[in-house]
Design a protein around this ligand. Structure first.
Ligand code: HEC
Length: 144
């Protein structure tokens, strides 16, 4: 019994670790070109992601915004970390729900120290696909 329990826990831990590695690999592949490897961003072009997003992730509306942003992209003026940006983030609707959950999980978990229960879920991604906002309207969700 104890063995079954322990191996069960080890499997859960391994699955979580694997999802994080996957998220990091997806980030490297799709996001780092603009936001840089450690999410430090490019001043005047792509906002810093490290250390800037924990407050948003605490709110359901904040998680809805993050899911929508990756599904739809975003364009238009924003202020992030006290700095102004006005450029375009491309949409990543071609990634699967699981891939979007993993890559945003990496951004929130590894780059912002957000606990697992405050990261986005496949349901958040499905809702974002259904909402299908154009990129210039994604900022509306950001303001909520
Ligand atoms: C071609 C460059 C580019 C790529 C690739 C890119 N982004 Fe972005 N990202 C941007 C820009 C530019 C903005 C700001 C858009 C604006 O000014 O409206 C942004 C905004 C963001 C924000 C919002 C930050 C905030 O403070 O609200 C997050 C989160 C984000 N990106 C995550 C990602 C993730 C995750 C990926 C990979 C799946 C990714 N980005 C890929 C350019 C990029």
């Amino acid at each position: 019994m104890r063995f079954v329990l322990l191996s069960g826990l080890a499997m859960i831990a391994a699955t979580a670790a694997c999802a994080q590695d996957r998220g990091a690999a997806l980030f490297e592949q799709h996001c780092a070109v603009c936001h840089q490897q450690k999410g430090e961003g490019i001043p005047g072009f792509a906002p810093r992601l490290a250390g800037n997003l924990a407050e948003r992730a605490k709110k359901e509306t904040g998680r809805a915004y993050l899911a929508q942003l990756v599904v739809s992209g975003m364009m238009g003026p924003i202020v992030s970390g006290g700095e102004k940006f006005n450029d375009a983030m491309p949409p990543f609707a071609a990634l699967s729900d699981e891939e979007i959950v993993a890559v945003v999980g990496h951004v929130l978990g590894d780059l912002n120290g957000v606990p697992a229960e405050q990261r986005i879920t496949p349901q958040d991604v499905a809702a974002a696909r259904k909402r299908a906002l154009p990129p210039n309207e994604v900022r509306r969700l950001r303001e909520q």
